[in-house]
Design a binder for this molecule. Structure first.
Ligand SMILES: Cc1cc2nc3c(=O)[nH]c(=O)nc-3n(C[C@H](O)[C@H](O)[C@H](O)COP(=O)(O)O)c2cc1C
Length: 453
């Protein structure tokens, strides 16, 4: 079967701010990756569609180029390329693979699987990731020829062909495209061999409290939460859930219930990280048992599970160039927040998390001397005074630097005389306003279905 790939790469890349075909993806440009995947996947010939005036493609690229006027749609690109397909007959193309350059991280094995499906009799084949179809799309030449009809788009051809053969793929990039800078950051991190040290990332952590309006693509959010939930989970209970709130009005409501924090409104995502025993309760019911919902131990287990997922989620987001801030104020009004998010019984928000492209650049806070945290063989309480003095001095040094270099922290100037200990005493002593805000927490948790006995 003679296969030709058509690679639409004629857009201006306005949202990306760069010509997508020429983006560097691990040492190869996006277009080189696509052409390489096509050839390695069994494609005989590649046609790349470029817009008039676009920069030249890398020299020696084994592909033909067809130029279209600027500003057209993908279907225009496909029509232009269709005119270049080898003529029907002995040397005619039997299969056409439409492989937009936006999906440059799709690998050769997907192309090979699609062509295999066509060779097996399918008229159209497309990859499926998490039940959602994506690109590239392979079509028999006869089906693809329909693109030459005016006002026809690729989707019409797929529909008209009837049931398309789906090829399951483990590669999220079949439906996540390279559209915005954050997609590019994610793509670069996702590339095999990309040097990324999770430990170095942990040292770079800072909470971000100001965000650009750019959305976090759903595919990226899915990938981050999917990765995050691979944290260890007590007895494999997986007793967590994440409600990702992207609707601005709902985020506003969440902010209202979380002390009016501005960054909840500003960030494109407010992820409510929930302890969730609802699935466990359902499992018990299905097997003739009642969930031990009164158990304090079970409450701790589900809470710990949620916390582990939450920390992983923050680290994963940071690894992909996003910023985040956990929101403990989600426990100010747990009942109301649960109702707003439609949580079932036995489910509460342990903390929220703002996620987005950061617009601030806070000085990292550092941490207290390690002697106060890591003890070898036995706890060394005799070091606590020195540790606290070190923490005080660290806090003052951070305040001085934040004031000098950033005009303060979270848009406010910082006291340079206060240390860590006096701040902690203010926040967590007997007159704590934080604790006052949570006075009803235990009763509210009980109403949400946690016995805490
Ligand atoms: C469970 C939890 C809840 C938090 N809640 C809030 C919050 O409601 N609002 C906020 O601005 N920061 C919140 N933070 C962020 C902390 O203030 C921040 O992590 C801490 O000051 C250390 O700063 P850093 O994260 O920049 O290193 C929370 C952090 C955690 C772990």
């Amino acid at each position: 079967m003679y296969a030709v790939a058509i690679v639409p790469a004629a857009g201006r890349g306005e949202r990306m701010g760069a010509d997508k075909a020429l983006l560097d993806l691990g040492g190869l440009t996006a277009i080189e990756r696509v052409v390489r995947s096509c050839r390695a996947g069994g494609v005989d010939e590649v046609i790349v569609v470029r817009r008039d005036g676009a920069e030249a493609l890398p020299a020696g690229l084994p592909a033909r180029v067809v130029v279209v006027p600027s500003g057209g749609e993908m279907a225009d690109s496909l029509r232009a390329a269709a005119a270049l397909l080898p003529v029907d007959g002995a040397t005619g193309a039997d299969a056409v693979v439409v492989f937009p350059v936006d999906h440059a991280l799709v690998e050769a094995e997907t192309v090979a699987a699609l062509l295999h499906a066509l060779a097996g009799g399918a008229q159209v084949a497309l990859p499926l990731f998490r039940d959602r179809p994506g690109h590239p799309i392979a079509l028999r030449r006869r089906i693809f020829a329909g693109i030459t009809a005016p006002n026809t788009v690729l989707r019409d051809l797929v529909r008209a062909a009837g049931a398309a053969r789906v090829v399951p793929s483990a590669n999220p990039w079949v439906h996540a495209d390279l559209d915005r800078p954050e997609d590019l950051r994610a793509a670069r991190c996702a590339l095999a061999g990309q040097p990324w040290s999770p430990v170095a990332q942990m040292f770079r952590h800072r909470s971000h409290r100001s965000y650009r309006p750019d959305a976090v693509p759903t595919a990226q959010l899915e990938r981050l939460v999917d990765a995050a939930r691979h944290a260890s989970t007590s007895s494999f209970i997986q007793a967590y859930a994440v409600v990702a709130v992207t609707d601005p009005a709902r985020r506003g409501e969440c902010a209202r219930l979380c002390g009016g924090q501005r960054h909840i409104v500003e960030a494109p995502v407010f992820a409510a990280v929930c302890a969730d025993l609802h699935k466990l309760a359902t499992a018990c019911t299905r097997h003739g048992q009642r969930l031990a919902a009164d158990s304090f131990e079970l409450f701790l287990q589900t809470t710990i599970d949620a916390v582990l997922l939450g920390q992983n989620l923050q680290l994963a987001a940071e690894a992909e160039g996003l910023g985040a801030c956990m929101i403990g104020a989600a426990r100010n009004h747990p009942g109301e927040l649960a109702r707003l998010l439609g949580l079932p019984p036995h489910c509460y928000v342990v903390f929220g998390m703002t996620i987005g492209v950061p617009a601030d650049d806070p000085i990292p806070r550092g941490r207290m001397p390690l002697d106060g945290v890591l003890h070898l063989d036995h706890y060394r309480s005799e070091l606590v005074d020195a540790v606290i003095e070190g923490a005080d001095e660290g806090m003052r040094a951070w305040a001085r630097r934040s004031n000098a270099e950033r005009g303060g922290y979270n848009q406010k100037p910082l006291s340079e005389t206060k240390g860590w200990a006096d701040r902690m005493a203010e926040s967590w002593g007997e007159h704590s306003s934080y604790l006052a805000a949570r006075r009803t927490l235990r009763d509210e948790l009980r109403r949400l279905g946690f016995g805490l006995e």
